[in-house]
Design a protein around this ligand. Sequence first.
Ligand code: UDX
Length: 430
Amino acid sequence: MDISVVGAGYVGLVTAVGLASIGHNLVCIDIDEDRVDLINRAESPFYEKGLDEALRTCVREKANLRASWDYDEIINTKVTYICVNTCSDSGENADFSHVRQSARRIGETLAGKEGYHIVVMKSSVVPGTTEEIIAPLLEQYSGKRVGKDLGVAVNPEFLQEGKALHCFLNSDRIVVGEYDRRSGSFVEEIYNGFRAPVLRTGMRTAEMIKFASNAFLATRISFINEIGNLCKKLGIDVYEVADGMGLDPRIGRAFLNAGIGFGGSCLPKDLEALLKQYEKMGEKSAVLSAVAQANKSQPEKIMEIVGRRLGKLSDKKIAVLGMAFKPDTDDIRNAPAIETVRQLLHEGARVRVYDPKAMQKAREIFSEDIQYGDGVADTIEDCDCVLILTEWDEFKDENLYSGKIVIDGRRALHPEKARRICQSYEGVCW
Ligand code: UDX
C-alpha cells in the first residue's frame, strides 16, 4: 500500500521503517529539510538501536522509503499517518499545536485529491482530540466529508525507545480506533501478517487505551519506588520483593524496578496531560496525582544520600554516569539525571558527566557548567563520589569502582559484589 507519514521524528520514522519493512511503500513528510536529506541518505537523524540498518535496507536496497518536505506527496498515497510530536518546546507538557497544524495542512492537500483517503492519528492525543478537533479540521480544509470520501482512525503506538523497531514489528496488540467500519478495516489491512491481536474500538477509546497504559506503567514505577523507600529503612531488598510479587501472574515482574524514577518523552508528559483532562472534566485523580508527585520527589533521595556521605558539596568532585532517561537511547528528555545534576551544581559541586550516547544532548543543556568525561575510568578518576543514573551495560562491571563511594540510582551493580569492591555502595532505595 502507498502510505505517507507526516512527522519523521521518533514515532514517525520508526513507523515508516516498520511499515516499509513489511512491504508497504512509504514517504515521510517533514518540514525539517536537514532531516529529510539525512533520511534520503539512509541515515537516521537520532540514535535508535537497529534503525540505521533497517533504514538503509528500505532506502537503498528495497527503495520503498523516502522522505520529502512536500505535503503534495500525500496525494499519491492512500493513507496518511499523523506522527508529529506532542511535546512543548520545553519538552515538559503535552502540546497539540503541531498535531492541529499538520491536520490543517493534510486537509489543504487533500482538497486536491480525487477519491477516498484515510488519515490515521498515531501521535498520542488526549481522548476526544481526533473526534472533536482533528476530524473537523480535516473536513474544513479538504472540503471532504469524514465517513464519505475521507476515513479517520486512531492507531496508538506502544513503542519503547531503545527497542522501538522491535516493538513495532513484534507488537503485542494493534489498537484501531475507528470513525466508521470502513476506516477501521482499512487500517487493519495495513497490519495483515502481524500476529498481534487487533482490537477495534471507537476513536476516543483508542486514545484512552494509550494514556491509561502509560499512566498504569508510571503507577507501577512510583508504587515500587515508594515500597523501595520503606524497604531500605527496614533492611529489606526491594528487588527481592519485586521478584516475589512478580511471580503472581496477576501482577507480573515488568516495570517493578525501583530507582530514581521514570523519565522520557512519554510517561511524564502523558501523565500530566491526563491529569489536565481530569481537571478539565471537573474530576480528580488522587492516584495519578500521587504518582506524578512521588516521581518528582524520588531523585531527591540521591541528594539526601550524597549529603549524608559527603557533607557540604561545595568543591566536591562528583562523577555522574548516565544522562539518558534509560539505556540504549540518547534521549534525555525529563531524565531524572538532569534534575540531579542541577541540584549538585546548585550546591556547589564540581560535576563530571559521562554517557555513552547522550553527551551531545547533555552539552545542549549544561554547556560549560560541567565537565565531560571520556569513558567510565576517565570520569570517575579522583572523584569524591560516583552516581550511577542510567543502567548502561558498560557501567555494570563492579570492578570499575574499586575504592570508590558509589551511589546507584538504577540497580546497575550487584549490591553484594559492589559492597565488597567499592569503598561504600548504596542504592537509592536498597
Ligand atoms: C513508554 C512506554 O513503555 C511505551 O509503551 C510508550 O509507547 C512510550 O512510553 P519509553 O518512554 O520508551 O516507553 O520508556 P520505558 O521503557 O517505558 O521507560 C520509561 C521510564 O521508566 C524510564 O525512565 C525507565 O528508566 C523507567 N523505568 C522503567 C523504571 O524506573 N522502572 C521500571 O521498572 C521500568
